[in-house]
Design a protein around this ligand. Structure first.
Ligand code: GAP
Length: 510
């Protein structure tokens, strides 16, 4: 754990030092759980967005985009259930005065027991070697079965208590599971209370009368209320999807772990409208599609796993998370939800406007069912940072800090460096940049020794370093250095576009 905390600290420090992420309003000591993206951060963020947009919208004929407003009519949130049900059950520890989400305390307890089971399984796998049958072991070993039973009982009690809105029972469960405050070790808990996560503000002047409106807690509702506008204007036929990228706001109770849990964050969401009864087929399709999208980055597949929900959101009939192994363990990166016809039906009820689709293939009108994919852009950003930042030991005994960001996502693709600041080398370097900057984000760097400049580019993940030397002036060749292999080769300036494009194009991953 100590190491994991150190890992996160070094990611935060690196992100700040190189201009990826800053604490918001830092000169006023910061605003909790709100962050600003610096010059390199916004490049990386834009590249992640482009990857998502390309693969979700432009590569799928039946998905179109939307950019709806953050402010929506307040009845939207009444209809969607957020005004009444977008709550977190919170509990305080009387000794440490720390506040926790009751569901998270229980989830962490479950993860501990799961880890015990995994340990048991791994021990047996080592003991039995090739002859080990994991499925049989899990279904017959008494210790595994006892632990699994504990997990099932706790999950069931929690689910039943939440469904019955029985918060006293949730508190009792925490006590019965003997859960202690991770900070003080104390078991001195307050009652459990519900806390609404939406931020509100006023719209309109006093003379006109004001109304309370909310900062959207998810982008999805902008899609639902525009469902017919988009369907009709784009002549979409079911099944089809609407995608959008945008800000969302939640007054999170516990805001820690850097950009993992923020009060202002960005989502990339897609609502896929299907015929009622087809939703489970599409739910499986989108689970698989989204996992492939992640794995195409080339990050170790063991860092991802599915987690099926026990406690479903108020709108879902099936839900799974894609979890990523962050420095603080496996946590939700993306959610895939089968949202039924809940949202459209509610909007129809509250607005009095029909939210139905006429299906010419079956000659019937119905309210479509919806399968949603929803990923936090900031969580994706953190996953990339955490995976790519490495302190690499080199063969000569030295080490380097390198960000092995997938090439197509790297903020800069190329750094162009004149060997010296004279003899026309800077001019030649700028000429090369002029030829490349229409296609790739380039950086010009002439300060310090070439070795230092390479290290600086390694630290921000630039895939290629191009050095312009005196030979360049004679034969129009340069050396190009690869970030990962650190190999250098001499190539013609004319060949640069093709070399860089081949390595950095988004096409490679789609
Ligand atoms: N429309 C469905 C929805 O909003 P969610 O599971 O509450 O579902 C979707 O959120 C995704 O948004 C999460 O998987 C996560 O990546 C991201 N997310 C949620 N809350 C966040 C927060 N406070 N900070 C950063 N990202 C967050």
């Amino acid at each position: 754990m100590a190491n994991q905390e150190e890992d996160l600290k070094s990611i935060v420090a690196h992100a700040k030092e190189y201009g990826f992420v800053f604490q918001s309003s830092e000169i006023y000591d910061g605003l909790s759980a709100v962050y600003d993206y610096g010059p390199l951060g916004c490049e990386l963020k834009n590249n992640i967005k482009a990857y998502w947009w390309k693969s979700m919208v432009q590569m799928n004929e039946n998905i179109v985009g939307l950019d709806s407003a953050i402010f929506m009519h307040p009845t939207t949130w009444k209809a969607s259930g957020h005004t009444d049900a977008f709550n977190d059950p919170l509990i305080d520890n009387k000794d440490s005065k720390k506040r926790y989400r009751a569901d998270v305390l229980i989830e962490e307890w479950v993860q501990k027991i799961e880890a015990k089971i995994d340990k048991e399984v791994n021990k047996a796998a080592t003991r039995f070697g090739d002859s080990f049958n994991e499925a049989e072991f899990r279904s017959t070993n008494q210790r595994v079965l006892d632990n699994q039973q504990k997990i099932d009982e706790a999950n069931n009690r929690f689910k039943t208590a939440m469904e019955a809105e029985d918060l006293a029972e949730v508190r009792q469960l925490i006590i019965d599971l003997d859960i202690a405050d991770p900070v003080s070790g104390s078991r001195n808990w307050t009652e459990v209370r519900q806390f609404n996560l939406m931020f509100s503000t006023e719209m309109g002047s006093t003379a006109e009368g004001t109304s309370t409106i909310y900062l959207r807690p998810e982008t999805a509702q902008g899609i639902f209320v525009n469902f017919l506008n988009v369907q009709k204007t784009s002549r979409m036929k079911i099944p089809f999807g609407i995608a959008q990228i945008g800000k969302a706001f939640r007054n999170e109770i516990i805001a820690r772990q850097f950009i993992f849990r923020m009060r202002e964050f960005e989502q990339m969401e897609m609502q896929f409208f299907v015929r009622p009864g087809d939703e489970m087929k599409w739910y499986e399709h989108w689970k698989e599609y989204r996992m492939k999208w992640h794995l195409a980055l080339g990050i170790d597949s063991n860092k991802y796993k599915f987690h099926d929900h026990v406690k479903m959101a108020h709108y879902a009939n099936a839900a799974a998370d894609i979890e990523f192994n962050y420095p603080f363990g496996f946590k939700e990166l993306e959610g895939i939800h089968s949202r039924t016809d809940f949202d459209l039906k509610k909007h129809q009820e509250f607005s009095g406007k029909k939210m139905q689709y006429f299906d010419p293939e079956i000659n019937e009108s119905y309210i479509p069912y919806v399968v949603e994919t929803s990923i936090g852009l900031d969580r994706m950003f953190l996953a990339i940072l955490a995976d790519s930042l490495q302190n690499e030991q080199l063969e000569d005994g030295s080490s380097r800090v390198v960000m092995k960001i997938p090439y197509f996502l790297a903020p800069y693709k190329v750094a162009v460096m004149p060997l010296t600041k004279k003899d026309g080398l800077p001019e030649k370097a700028r000429e090369i940049i002029d030829g490349l900057k229409g296609d790739f984000n380039c950086q010009y760097d002439e300060k310090d020794s070439i070795g230092k400049r390479y290290r600086r580019q390694d630290a921000i993940g630039t895939p290629f370093g191009i050095t312009v030397d005196h030979q360049t002036l004679e034969d129009n060749t340069v050396t190009i250095r690869n970030r990962d292999t650190m190999q250098q080769e001499r190539i013609a300036i004319e060949a640069l576009y093709e070399t860089i494009n081949k390595a950095c194009s988004l096409r490679n991953v789609l």
